[in-house]
Design a protein around this ligand. Structure first.
Ligand code: NAD
Ligand code: UDP
Length: 359
């Protein structure tokens, strides 16, 4: 653990688990700009510590290193979690809230390695909640996923829609939400909890200096298109052209990473002035886009050609999925502002400026 004391004591201190990852890094940047002190805990299993330099640079804050503590470690390490909370207290900066991104997120990997997903995602979260409780820290925002809904019965998906995950990854997110439900009911403790059910986060910081740089091979649409665009992959395989949609390809609700990051700031600000509560919120734009629409928009705004071919449907895919985001709009001082064009432009800018990611 890097030992370094903060000099500013009036600011709130946020523990960001998984803060070096795709969503965590963009959120950490906004947290710093909003004036929060950060403790980032990350194992770097799927991220590069170099991202912290970019976060610092983009923050434009003088002596920003005094406001970020970077700890390499695992959320399953309860002793480490206890040391982090103790250390923050000793330094007169007790942790006020936690944003919990750390976890495993690949659907296909979760089907191959279910123990890892239950251990990291579920057990890791239980340990974190236990250490928080011990330290009287009761404010948490958790990265949930639209995957928990499974095959939608009705669209758009509302927070009250059936929770019916169809893979191990989704099961672990749904299980964590159940744990949150139980924990939030304990009357003697004043938990303030938000689970954000992300739809499809894409894009990058508009400067092109921060973006998605997974170490584990991604099989998501946007990183794949970017890799085709840069010539690392020959062509995009579109999984099915016979879905019951207007052009035969699947429809999803893509949301720009900066809009998603902003939803965490709005959630944190909301929780810090709330009494105890548990809120589950869909975080999407509310607009569904087909795979072909994405390809065409990417080509148009970036003035390039994405070769593609249609192949068999991917196992476990669903035809259409998009959010009803009204609950988030009404509770939070937040609304998505970035367009599909922005998502395509920023993804490509990041890829072009950083062909090897942060390396
Ligand atoms: P990411 O892999 O880029 O970030 C996760 C971070 O957690 C990485 O930096 C990784 O090194 C770290 N990590 C993994 N296991 C850890 C452990 N045991 N201890 C400490 N750190 C660990 O993923 P992301 O896209 O930024 O996703 C963040 C969260 O949002 C995850 O919980 C994910 O399940 C959830 N989510 C992501 C998406 C998406 O499409 N990106 C959609 C819905 C939900
Ligand atoms: N997709 C595709 N080719 C790819 C990757 C994804 O056709 O190489 C499609 C996939 O079938 C889905 C959509 O793009 O309909 C979004 O896939 P992604 O994995 O990004 O998100 P998710 O399936 O989790 O919504």
């Amino acid at each position: 653990m890097v030992r370094k004391s903060f000099t500013l004591t009036i600011m709130k201190t946020i523990l960001v688990t998984g803060g070096a990852g795709f969503i965590g890094s963009h959120t950490s940047l906004l947290l710093l700009k909003k004036g929060f002190n950060l403790i980032i805990l990350d194992s770097f299993l799927n991220s590069n510590p170099k991202v912290i330099e970019r976060i610092s640079e983009l923050s434009g804050i003088k002596n920003v290193q005094k406001r970020i503590e970077l700890i390499k470690g695992d959320i399953r390490d309860q002793k480490l979690l206890e040391r982090i909370f103790d250390f923050a207290k000793i330094n007169n900066n007790p942790i006020d809230a936690v944003i919990h991104f750390a976890g495993l997120k690949s659907v296909s990997d979760s089907l191959e390695n279910p123990f890892d997903y239950w251990e990291v995602n579920v057990l890791g979260t239980i340990k974190l909640l236990q250490v928080m409780e011990k330290n009287n820290c009761f404010t948490i925002i958790f990265s949930s996923s639209a995957t928990i809904y499974g095959v939608p019965k009705d669209l758009p998906l509302k927070e009250i829609s059936d929770i019916n995950p169809v893979n191990t990854y989704g099961e672990t997110k749904a299980a964590i939400e159940k744990i949150f439900r139980d924990v939030s009911k304990v009357k003697s403790k004043k938990w303030r909890m938000i689970t954000l059910r992300y739809f499809n986060p894409v894009g990058a910081h508009p400067t092109g200096k921060m973006g998605e740089d997974p170490l584990i091979e991604p099989n998501n649409l946007f990183p794949y298109i970017s890799q085709v665009a840069i010539g690392r992959k020959e062509k995009l395989r579109i999984f099915g052209n016979n879905w019951p949609t207007f052009d035969g390809t699947c429809i999803r609700d893509y949301i720009h990473i900066m809009d998603l990051a902003e939803s965490h700031i709005a959630s944190l600000e909301f929780l810090l002035k709330s009494s105890s509560l548990l809120l589950n919120l869909n975080i999407g734009t509310g607009i569904g886009r087909s795979v072909l629409e994405i390809v065409k928009t990417f080509e148009k705004v970036n003035n390039l050609v994405i070769p593609y071919s249609f192949v068999e449907r991917r196992e476990g895919d669903i035809a259409v999925n998009y959010a009803d985001n009204k609950k988030a709009l009404s509770f939070l001082n937040w609304r998505p502002i970035y367009t599909l064009e922005d998502m395509c432009r920023d993804s490509w800018k990041w890829q072009k400026m950083n062909p090897n990611g942060y390396k």
